[in-house]
Design a protein around this ligand. Structure first.
Ligand code: UGA
Length: 492
């Protein structure tokens, strides 16, 4: 099938490359001249595992680039809209890019085509796109608009696309649905995985994708609801980790106990400094705005966001508890991106935390395997220095802070790190390291929802008066609500 993909951001670029990989002829369109020229000249504008290989494999063959939208749309059977939907003034998604694509492709629809929405959009967007197409002269029987949300994650985007757990097709007509089924057939019937030239990933297990067909409105809701649910899981475990800090319990043990219930599962139950990125923060406020417009006050979402914001504060308080004053301290920092595996620093909790540390008078030497140049664009201060390695960031620092979950940080040589640090103190906002290992290395170690690791003679001087006590307080902890000695205690 010939497919035009409009927008070469994360979703468009990965979708375009992967659709070429499963056998389609793809024209990837971007009206940003710099991006377009970079792609034509063989660059890969984002840090994403396997994507450069896929682009190299298909560039100029099954994947070509264009900056002429109407021409590309005219040549194709399906047009995928994957342009940005940034937040507008009240948190709602700004759909003006989606609308202008619809307007521009209208003149190219002179035979049946399917217009596919892949951008994350509110309910009714498919209806609006169809309306814009018709208003601009498209014959009603020549177009269907489908919602086909994308669930890929940055860092694992290519594997997520080629080995999806589900594909959602929100189509209002059988004709449109069959076009989408044809596009995804190689993944759903497994024929792609039988091909000799398929991309081989080190995957431990995989199952054929489940194809879910719905109405366009349901598909649009599935996308927002999925992201909101995942964000809710993260805020939930972060709130539980805070209680662990209060009572001296261990979030790893609690997570094991919760996650082993198959109804709950372990995924997205990792506590830390909160979620960031270009999706969860934006999509939660957009979903909240959608609910508000429908007359429903979705307060649960507000609480998810509130807990997420508090996590950064909690981490900063931990840093202060470990180091006392920050003015004049020199801190080594590992991580800038919003999560490991990507150079994306949008809404990154690491960036906010570094900015706060600098504001409190600390100087920071930060290392990130991929995000330094993007970090420089958003964090400019003569008190921030960018290191070329973990060890350079640690050298001479009063403490080392871990803010992003890169594998490289997990597997570093921490006895060397300890020797390079001025004081052997690590504050881990991602629970990447093992407290036992830190204890064995005589490193003072603070993490999220787990008991501190510190020598006995270094007890926390603030333990009795801070909100969150880090010391085990067994023996002194009393449940807040003692059963009263009235009859109600006897009711079974
Ligand atoms: C998210 C969704 O996971 C994708 O399914 C979706 O397609 C995408 O948004 C999107 O809407 O485009 P992404 O933003 O790439 O993907 O990253 P995630 O892996 O979901 O992580 C989001 C944030 O949550 C990161 O800051 C991560 O560090 C944090 N996180 C994740 C936690 O703090 N704890 C966890 O257990 C998991």
């Amino acid at each position: 099938m010939r497919i035009a993909v409009v927008g070469s951001g994360y979703v468009g670029l990965v979708a375009g490359a992967c659709l070429a990989e499963i056998g389609h002829d793809v024209i990837l369109v971007d009206n940003n001249q710099a991006k377009y020229l970079a792609l034509v000249s063989g660059e890969c504008p984002i840090h994403e595992q396997y994507l450069p290989d896929l682009l190299d494999k298909h560039r100029g063959r099954r994947l070509i680039f264009s900056n002429k939208l109407a021409q590309a749309a005219a040549a194709c059977d399906a047009v995928i809209i994957a342009v940005g939907t940034p937040p507008a003034s009240h948190g709602e998604a700004d759909l003006s890019y989606v609308e202008s694509v619809a307007r521009e492709i209208a003149s190219s629809i002179d035979r049946y085509k399917v217009v596919i929405g892949k951008s994350t959009v509110p309910v009714y967007t498919s209806d609006w796109v169809r309306r814009v197409l018709l208003l601009n002269g498209v014959r009603e029987d020549l177009v269907d608009v489908v919602s086909n949300p994308e669930f890929l994650r940055e860092g694992t985007a290519v594997t997520d696309f080629l080995y999806p757990d589900r594909i959602v097709i929100g189509a209002n007509t059988p004709r449109a649905c069959s076009v989408l089924e044809e596009i995804y057939r190689p993944l759903v019937d497994g024929s792609y995985y039988e091909r000799e030239d398929r991309f081989r990933f080190p995957l431990s297990e995989f199952r054929l994708a489940k194809l879910i067909t719905t109405t366009a409105k349901s598909a649009e809701l599935i996308k927002y609801a999925s992201n909101a649910f995942l964000a809710m899981k993260i805020s939930f475990i972060n709130a539980v980790a805070t209680i662990c800090d209060f009572v001296g319990a261990d979030i790893d043990e609690v997570r094991e106990g919760i996650g082993s219930d198959e109804r709950i599962g372990y995924k997205f139950l990792n506590p830390g400094i909160g979620y960031g990125g270009s999706c969860f923060p934006k999509d939660l406020s957009a979903y909240h705005a959608v609910a508000r417009e429908c007359g429903y006050d979705f307060r649960l979402l507000e609480e998810v966001v509130e807990i997420n914001n508090q996590q950064r504060e909690r981490f900063l308080r931990k840093v202060q508890k470990a180091l006392w004053t920050l003015n004049g301290k020199r801190l080594g920092v590992l991580g800038l991106s919003f999560k490991g595996g990507t150079d994306d620093v949008r809404e990154s909790p690491a960036v906010t935390i570094i900015a706060s540390l600098v504001q409190k008078g600390a100087t920071v030497c930060v290392y990130d395997p991929a995000a330094a140049s993007r970090g420089r664009e958003v964090l400019s201060s003569d008190r921030i220095r960018y290191a070329k390695s973990i060890y350079e960031a640690a050298e001479g620092a009063d403490a080392l802070l871990i803010l992003t979950d890169w594998d490289e940080f997990r597997h570093a040589d921490y006895s060397l790190v300890r020797d390079l640090l001025k004081y052997p103190i690590i504050i881990d906002g991602r629970n990447l390291l093992s407290p036992e290992k830190m204890r064995a290395l005589s490193i003072m170690y603070f993490s999220m929802g787990r008991p501190d690791v510190r020598p006995l003679h270094m007890a926390d001087p603030t333990a009795s008066r801070t909100e969150v006590s880090q010391e085990p307080i067994y023996g002194t902890y009393q449940p807040a609500m003692e059963p009263e000695s009235d009859d109600s205690a006897l009711v079974e």
